[in-house]
Design a protein around this ligand. Structure first.
Ligand code: RIB
Length: 339
């Protein structure tokens, strides 16, 4: 097997020093002539030289790496969030290392250890399984900057966030304005703080109409399409006119479950979601939901973290982004104007 091309090989071929090659490849080549820079870059491509990761780390004193820990990579909300991270990381010459370890403390600790071994510059954490003590023990003591997001809002460190309480109120107000009074709530099994805020906001929205959400109208399942599907019989047994699902994935799973029973959405049962993942616009009927700006949150999270890396003594950064009600076709108006 051919030997890996080294920086020395490239320097010799270009007739310059290793330091010159390193500075040109690391964007610090302004002091050299255009001819030298072009020659090194052309030869790098010809020889197929890729800078050695560890050597670069030693020279730059940085791995240019951001660790990203999310609850569930398979959920489109988190994949959009990650796309936003990727776009900003790339523009700042950072590489994101992404993993999910929801509710799996052992796996998460292993991942975090590996990130520290790789001298990751910072972390973006959305998974709730890392509490404030873990963060202090594993990150703060290792001097690793972090930014908390979404399910992990341990109220420490820099944050990008949306008002989940308001999002729950928006969902309740909309269903109630469409005349629904017997509403079921489909929520996850492990209720994280941000989801709890969403539920509390929903209850507050009902209270404004002098209604309370009875506990027996709340159904718990996993926050996935399968979870929504498996909850079908339990939800239907509540005989609601509308179901508010705490994320779009559950709503889409519930769609399949009720439609298999011959139930029509929204004529027989109205369904509403939360997140506004891309699928929401492609199911039939299109899903009414609350839009979370996942891509923008990923962009802002990365900008704030890189800002922190460049200026560790920066004062606390806290950026709120807006939610939006997206009315499509899955909620029926059953009675207008009643209060
Ligand atoms: O769909 C995943 C859900 O978990 C989203 O609502 C997001 O806010 C996260 O908490």
């Amino acid at each position: 097997m051919a030997q890996k091309v080294t920086i020395r090989d490239l320097a010799e071929a270009a007739g310059v020093s290793v330091t010159t090659v390193s500075q040109i490849l690391n964007g610090k080549g302004d002091r050299f002539s255009n001819d030298t820079r072009d020659r090194v870059l052309k030869l790098q491509e010809k020889l197929g030289y890729v800078p050695d990761y560890n050597a670069r780390n030693l020279i730059m004193g940085s791995t240019q790496t951001i660790g990203v820990l999310v609850p569930n990579l398979a959920n489109p909300f988190f994949s959009m969030f990650i796309k936003g991270i990727q776009q900003v990381a790339q523009s700042h010459h950072f590489v994101p290392i992404i993993f999910d370890a929801n509710q799996n403390q052992k796996l998460q600790s292993m991942y975090l250890e590996e990130l520290i071994k790789r001298a990751a510059n910072g972390l973006i954490i959305a998974s709730a399984t890392l509490d404030a003590n873990d963060i202090d023990r594993i990150l703060t003591r290792n001097g690793i900057p972090y930014l908390l997001f979404d399910q992990n809002d341990a109220q420490i460190g820099d944050r990008v966030w949306v008002d989940d309480y308001k999002g729950g109120q928006m969902a309740a107000n909309y269903l109630l304005s469409q005349g629904h009074r017997r509403i079921s709530l489909l929520v996850g099994q492990d209720i994280t703080h941000n989801i709890q805020q969403r539920i509390s906001g929903f209850r507050a929205g009902m209270a404004k109409y002098h209604l309370t959400l009875a506990d027996e109208m709340v159904v718990q399942t996993s926050m996935t399409k399968l979870g929504g599907y498996q909850a079908t019989a339990t939800v239907l047994a509540k005989k609601p006119t509308a179901v508010f699902c705490i994320n779009d994935e559950m709503a889409i799973g519930l769609y399949r479950g009720v439609q298999e029973q011959g139930i029509k959405i929204p004529d027989d049962l109205s369904i509403m979601g939360y997140d506004d993942i891309d699928l929401a616009d492609f199911v039939t009927p299109k899903l009414t939901t609350i839009h979370q700006p996942a891509f923008e949150m990923g962009q802002v999270a990365t900008e704030l973290l890189i800002e922190r890396l460049n200026n560790p003594r920066l004062t606390h950064q806290d950026k709120q982004l807006p939610l939006e009600l997206i009315t499509r076709d899955s909620v029926k108006l059953i009675q207008s104007g009643i209060h």
